[in-house]
Design a protein around this ligand. Structure first.
Ligand SMILES: [Zn+2]
Length: 158
């Protein structure tokens, strides 16, 4: 069994039997020490998503209208799950509703990482592409005026 995991697995620290694979952008999202330690202890394989599968995911996400909810990381993890599910027994592990929904549309088997809703674990914030400051919302940085991008913030809320 191949598990393709997004950040929620490492934050919740769920233990799984079998291989665990994730994408580099998920690793970048894990800001706190305990999530990163969990990733190391699980002996996770980190593989970049393939552009051909990203394209398939984006096409499908456009149809299901989840595209605005899907981050670049979500697209990567879905692309990786799609790639593996075409040739192996694969399950995507995610607590993100938009990811789960798109996975179902793509015919990918999906299970949640935890019982808690994703918003209790992961919250969104905006990060300026210029000065890298972070803000809870907005499209333009109030400090330097650069564009801001949506990104996930790992919450320490227990
Ligand atoms: Zn800025």
């Amino acid at each position: 069994m191949i598990h393709i995991a997004d950040a929620s697995l490492f934050i919740i620290r769920k233990r799984l039997e079998g291989s665990v694979i994730t994408v580099p952008s998920v690793v970048e999202e894990l800001r706190d020490e305990s999530s990163r330690t969990t990733l190391e202890l699980m002996d996770v394989r980190i593989e970049p998503a393939l552009s051909s599968f990203k394209k398939k995911v984006k096409t499908k996400a456009g149809i299901t209208r989840d595209s605005e909810e899907l981050s670049g990381t979500d697209i990567d993890i879905l692309a990786k799950a799609l790639e593996y599910s075409e040739r192996e027994d694969t399950v995507l592990v995610s607590d993100d509703f938009a990811v789960q929904n798109t996975a179902i549309q793509l015919g990918i088997r999906v299970i949640p990482a935890g019982q808690r809703k994703i918003k209790d674990v992961l919250v969104w914030e905006k990060q300026c592409i210029g000065c890298k400051r972070r803000f809870p919302e907005g499209d333009e940085c109030p400090v330097c005026g650069s564009q801001m991008k949506k990104r996930r913030k790992a919450s320490s809320k227990k």
